[in-house]
Design a protein around this ligand. Sequence first.
Ligand code: PGA
Length: 245
Amino acid sequence: MKIIEVKDYTEMSRKAAEYIIDKVCHNPKIKLGLATGGTPIGTYKNLIEDHKKKGTSYQDVTTFNLDEYVGLSGDNKNSYRYFMDEQLFNHIDINKSKTNVPRGDIINFEAECLRYEDLIEKHGGIDLQILGIGSNGHIGFNEPGTSFNSNTHMVELAQSTINANARFFNRIEEVPTKAITMGISSILKSKEILLLVSGENKKEALFKLLNGEINESFPASVLKKHPCVTIIADKAAVAGLKVHC
Ligand code: PGA
């Protein structure tokens, strides 16, 4: 794993965007794995700014999002489909039909999980997966204890995840308790992974990732098995850790 330490959230977002833009320019048909949550918002802002100023095109890019809440349709303001449209897709020239988010509003979840996994495979897999990390070490919505062999599946969210995500909802009771997520195996199949870590509340998770054992009780630890992971972490998350670029 390569670690790039940056000053703060602003710099992390700028660097991550540069990283992604470079990949898109080299491979306009790139398959991008995208994440939601607070961490990538600044990165997406930078992508939009660059698109408007420099014209980087996403016309031929295909995207796959990591996860979606069960029970929310794409027009629900708290769905991850809505988040992606608002935070990125509506502001760049991407073809919406090439943007994929698991469906949270369907009845047959088993079929939806298979469909999503299959769709990624049919596109030849993900070239670059953007990831955040939960303070409990989750990646996507793969909570502690998830099998490293898991494909796209339905999960019960950990209480700590519900608490952390409550900030996006009016009331904590509105936070869905289930989600569909790409599995750990699905994520690991990406050719390359870019993990973004910002803030003091992620410091412990980053420490465990860098120094702990590879164990299903800490899902992000599996990233050590992947041959091509870059971490961009800000000072607040890194503080006191010994890391080398
Ligand atoms: P955050 O979430 O970006 O909102 O901190 C990250 C995650 O839970 O994976």
